[in-house]
Design a protein around this ligand. Structure first.
Ligand code: ADP
Length: 255
């Protein structure tokens, strides 16, 4: 089904850790049906940006709006409720649960009231549970790993765990998807599939923000690239322009 993407608007964002300006006047705009990539050398502030937008860190200054709603002071849970879903560099799954149960738990952000009853397997929750489970299997099929549904999360490789996280985010009703280095450690074949998957999610209407070192992937799926360097926006624009910028090339060479 189509996804009603949520617009992201970040302005003047600042975040310090002690003496380090991890983010210094950062701006990001991303709209429904588009993919925006955040790139930059290690330590340039990419993960901090995701963590501030996601409500995991408090900002020092600046505005973050999701579909026009200012998120200042909101918990990560509340921000997720606005439609933000994300994946992590190191996947965060419940290792002792099956893949499909991990995806099912994504519904927590949209149907909090039902979940305790489902987990406790109360009779009146059974029908609801069956429907949610079918939906979770549908998302696993969408990301291409339905065959691993019953495996424990700990049994599947990292690359596939990130696909589980994408399925979980979609299950949670994500309309703005932030992916933190989804291509890390993937084979060429897996990379190709990931590129197609992200393109499909974008084309369904979701807003996609991706932090990625793999610049070929960025060039093929992102319409807008923001290059961070020591917390500042070094360059922003279309991939072809940004990657041709000598200042950007210097920042990467200096890594
Ligand atoms: P990137 O994701 O681009 O590699 P990060 O956002 O992880 O960069 O880090 C940006 C800067 O902020 C780095 O100098 C890093 O050491 C610092 N930093 C990030 N998170 C923390 C933290 N929780 N505590 C202290 N310093 C941090």
């Amino acid at each position: 089904p189509p996804i009603a993407g949520a617009a992201l608007a970040v302005e003047g964002l600042k975040k310090r850790f002690g003496g380090v300006a991890a983010l210094d006047d950062v701006a990001v705009r991303a709209g429904p049906g588009t993919c925006c990539a955040i790139v930059g050398p290690n330590g340039s502030g990419k993960t901090t940006l995701l963590n501030v937008v996601g409500g995991f860190y408090e900002r020092d200054e600046g505005t973050v709006q999701i579909d026009g709603r200012e998120t200042r002071g909101m918990s990560a849970q509340a921000v997720a409720g606005l439609g933000l879903g994300r994946t992590f560099q190191t996947p965060r799954l419940l290792n002792d649960l099956s893949i499909v149960d991990n995806v099912l738990l994504g519904a927590f952000t949209r149907e909090r009231a039902w979940l305790p009853e489902i987990v406790l397997r109360l009779p009146r929750a059974r029908r609801e549970a069956a429907a949610l489970r079918a939906e979770a299997l549908g998302y696993l099929d969408f990301v291409g790993i339905a065959d691993r549904a019953e495996d424990l999360a700990s049994e599947v490789p990292h690359g596939q765990q990130r696909l589980v996280e994408i399925a979980r985010a979609l299950m949670g009703g994500a309309r703005l998807l932030m992916l933190d280095e989804p291509a890390a450690g993937l084979s060429m074949v897996e990379l190709d599939k990931l590129e197609q998957l992200i393109s499909r999610i974008r084309d369904l209407g979701a807003t996609v923000v991706i932090v990625e070192h793999h610049l070929d992937l960025v060039a093929s799926i992102a319409s807008h690239v923001i290059v961070l360097d020591r917390g500042r926006v070094l360059a922003a624009g279309a991939p072809s322009e940004v990657f041709a910028d000598p200042a950007v090339q210097r920042a990467y060479m200096g890594e």
